[in-house]
Design a protein around this ligand. Sequence first.
Ligand SMILES: Cc1ncc(C[n+]2csc(CCOP(=O)(O)OP(=O)(O)O)c2C)c(N)n1
Ligand code: SF4
Length: 241
Amino acid sequence: MKIENTWCPGCGNFGVLESMKRVIKELGQKNVVLVSDIGCNSKIVDYLDVSSLNSLHGRPIPTASGVKMANPKLKVIVFTGDGGSLNEGISHLIHAAKKNTDITVIMHNNRLFALTTGQYTAASPKGFKSKSTPYGSIEEPLNPLGLMKASKASFIGRTYSSKIDYTKDMIIEAVNHKGFSFVEILQPCPSFFDTFKFYNERVYEAPRNEKLINEWDYINESKIPLGVFYKEERPTYEDEI
Ligand SMILES: Cc1ncc(C[n+]2csc(CCOP(=O)(O)OP(=O)(O)O)c2C)c(N)n1
Ligand code: SF4
């Protein structure tokens, strides 16, 4: 079925879509199930010719965990936003990482609630002006990768939506990892927070090094490393069951 694409022109999500088309081509359509949150990011599952289900806002992780438990042979990939996973669904994210549930969570980080027209999230920078923070956010943002390390995620990576093949390779590595994998995709939202220039000037591909999780604190304007920063093998939740 052909579904009309309703993303804004120039949205960073188009880059993620292109990477995902290549991921599915490599992994094989029949082996993959996508589970989406609610948000601009989540529309991606409608634009890919593969089995998927749409969950509630902040709830795709427990939904995906159920899919994986019912059929452990499937590669289960969650699409979520920084709002869905660091605000509404943060407890699910932490517990799935702790359990080492064998799913992949892809968090499109545009640093705001985009679908509802740009309110601030736990990932928004301090001072960020939005409809919900007209005088600027008074909170400092979370570092999602640091949160994932503290929550015992066994695979932690960061990529950028404009790096199509680099993102494709990281998603494949994450999906093939046995255990909970978390991939943050820096995803500019040109309609409400255009970060293309900011990222283009700062991102660089880095070697694996756990310390890089904290190199960029989401506050300062330092260089921003991309890469798989942490990977470990340990029994998954499904193994233990
Ligand atoms: C429990 C709940 N809270 C709030 C909403 C309203 N809502 C729908 S989409 C959305 C924004 C989604 O933002 P994010 O998860 O960051 O994804 P993005 O649109 O930025 O990709 C919100 C707040 C909802 N549907 N359910
Ligand atoms: S609102 Fe932002 S994230 Fe949503 S489609 Fe438009 S540019 Fe993309």
